[in-house]
Ligand binder design. Structure first.
Ligand SMILES: C[S@@+](CC[C@H](N)C(=O)[O-])C[C@H]1O[C@@H](n2cnc3c(N)ncnc32)[C@H](O)[C@@H]1O
Length: 159
């Protein structure tokens, strides 16, 4: 459980920290365990931060998925789903077989609360872990803001 009333170990007070500062701290982080703890904290502010940062990715990706996948029953995996903002976008477009995965249990819980995902799984995708799904299990797999700078999986790929 994260104590949101004290200074965080990343050098900012989480409840007073603006979105950009949180994002910068995450990008600078090079340690998986720390990054995961950071997401524990960020789970609380993530949605408002994305709004504050003007992130347009959900709409853009939703539009692209709609162009590529006409079947609304298509099985779609949202990997690194975070708080489920893209699940909400897909659901609003009529998709009804959306699956979620994330390495962080606290942030995954936020996704669960959305009620738009058929199934949610917690696991950390990385160099020595095969994702716990059968080959060809999904019609589409999306990962928004998961393979970018500062993300643990990106650091692994560089090794
Ligand atoms: C910047 S957030 C993006 C969340 C969501 N896709 C969105 O766009 O709102 C990155 C998410 O990916 C998850 N994540 C990062 N590396 C991961 C990994 N190797 N395996 C599973 N989840 C990972 C984090 O826990 C976090 O929830």
């Amino acid at each position: 459980m994260v104590d949101h009333t004290r200074e965080s170990e990343f050098g900012f007070h989480p409840s007073a920290c603006p979105a950009e500062e949180r994002l910068t701290a995450l990008i600078a982080c090079k340690d998986m365990e720390k990054e995961n703890k950071m997401y524990d904290e960020w789970a609380v502010y993530y949605d408002e931060d994305m709004k504050a940062l003007g992130f347009q990715g959900y709409g853009v990706m939703g539009k692209r998925i709609a162009e590529l996948i006409g079947n609304k029953n298509a099985k779609i995996l949202d990997i690194g789903c975070g708080t489920g903002l893209f699940g909400v976008e897909l659901h609003s477009l009529g998709y009804n077989n959306i699956h979620a995965a994330d390495g962080n249990p606290n942030i995954l819980e936020k996704s669960r609360e959305r009620g738009v995902y058929t199934e949610l799984k917690q696991f950390m995708l990385g160099s020595n872990l095969i994702a716990p799904y059968e080959d060809g299990a999904f019609d589409a797999v999306v990962a928004i803001a998961v393979l970018g700078p500062g993300q643990w999986i990106t650091l692994q790929c560089r090794r």
